[in-house]
Design a protein around this ligand. Structure first.
Ligand SMILES: [Zn+2]
Length: 363
């Protein structure tokens, strides 16, 4: 970070690991404007200053209002090869500037495509960019970014709860691009869609069979039952958010014993209405007390008008984080990352060294 005039030092200056962030929720507004203009796709404003109030927000909204934000800007980038590669590349640059040294970024390949995807999303006309090519382009952008900004970036492909017909292709893409940035499968979207459709179950079974790692959004808005299903049926190894586990103490105890990883996102949890807006009641405080395995993440920084610094500030100011806890959550994140073991050990030793810690004598 540049020592700009009046810029305060960040609350945690050491290297960070981020595991839960959506590529399509982390696009630079400049890039949205650029491609909107170039492709003649209407946007509600033509400067960053005027566009942001339409896309980002700072007071809790309903899920429907939150999802409506994507309708505004996704048409500008979806279906365009240059845009897809560029948002991946710029994402890596953004995270490098935030002091993140390892990031797992997730997205639905179908939401960026306009061909071989039914229905074609965002009211686009049918074109010739398939979900498969989207993954290839994102990979190129991430790999170019890794080379230019000296951080490591891996990706997670998302199934969408309300679009079961896409899920089997998602797992096939995970297999095709396994370890070519893709490390895992996710299930995202509205948890209140009552059941886990058979296609999602089949996709996760196939992922498990093929050694593809598994995370799932569960217990963000939804009940502990959604978490149980994610663990027992989908065999999720990590949970996206998971806050509502606290409503089921025996499940919570079981997950603590199993060292299940919770990908928590403090600012997001307030703005989506997932958690009580009173930070004193925030689930992360309980996770911290119980030394749970969890990480701090941004989720959708474009929409929440945030960087990882925003979430770390919240953790320090409202959740009572110490320097030790920041170190602990980042080591947890590295340990629960979906990197192959050798690369995971390398990442952990980088953190131990930067944190001045003896790996044989932790916490
Ligand atoms: Zn998420």
């Amino acid at each position: 970070m540049e020592p700009g005039a009046g810029q305060r030092p960040s609350v945690f200056e050491l290297p960070k690991v981020e595991l839960h962030v959506h590529l399509d929720g982390a696009i630079k507004p400049e890039t949205i404007l650029h491609f909107g203009k170039k492709r003649g796709i209407p946007l509600p404003a033509d400067t960053v200053e005027d566009l942001l109030p339409h896309i980002s927000y700072s007071e809790p909204l309903t899920l429907t209002q939150f999802l409506a934000k994507f309708d505004i800007y996704m048409p500008a980038v979806a279906g365009d090869r240059d845009a897809v590669r560029r948002i991946a590349y710029e994402f890596v640059e953004m995270k490098a500037n935030e002091g993140v040294i390892y990031v797992e970024v997730r997205y639905s390949p179908h939401f960026l495509a306009n061909c071989k995807v039914y229905p074609v999303p965002w009211n686009q006309n049918e074109g010739n960019l398939t979900p498969d090519e989207v993954v290839n382009l994102v990979n190129q952008g991430l790999q170019d970014g890794e080379r230019d900004f000296n951080i490591k970036a891996r990706s997670i492909l998302c199934c969408m709860r309300h679009m079961p017909s896409w899920s089997l292709e998602v797992v096939e893409l995970c297999k095709k691009y396994h370890n070519n940035t893709v490390v895992a499968i996710d299930l995202a979207g509205d948890e209140l869609v009552a059941e886990t459709f058979p296609e999602h179950r089949q996709a996760y079974e196939e992922a498990e069979r093929c050694g593809i790692h598994r995370t799932a959004h569960a217990g963000e808005i939804g009940s502990p039952l959604v978490i149980k299903e994610a663990i027992n049926v989908l065999k999720a190894e990590r949970l996206g958010h998971g806050y509502h586990v606290l409503e089921d103490p025996s499940l919570y105890k079981e997950l603590l014993d199993r060292k299940m990883h919770f990908e928590t996102c403090p600012r997001s949890s307030i703005l989506t209405g997932a958690c009580d807006p009173d930070y004193k009641k925030h689930p992360v405080i309980q996770f911290m007390k119980d030394k749970a395995n969890y990480s701090l993440n941004t989720d959708d920084p474009l929409i929440f008008n945030s960087t990882i610094e925003t979430d770390y500030k919240i953790a320090k100011q409202f959740l009572g984080f110490t320097e030790e806890e920041f170190k602990r959550v980042n080591i947890n994140a590295a340990q629960s990352s979906f990197l192959p073991n050798k690369e995971k050990r390398e990442l952990l030793s980088k953190l131990y060294e930067a944190y001045g810690m003896d790996p044989d004598n932790l916490f």
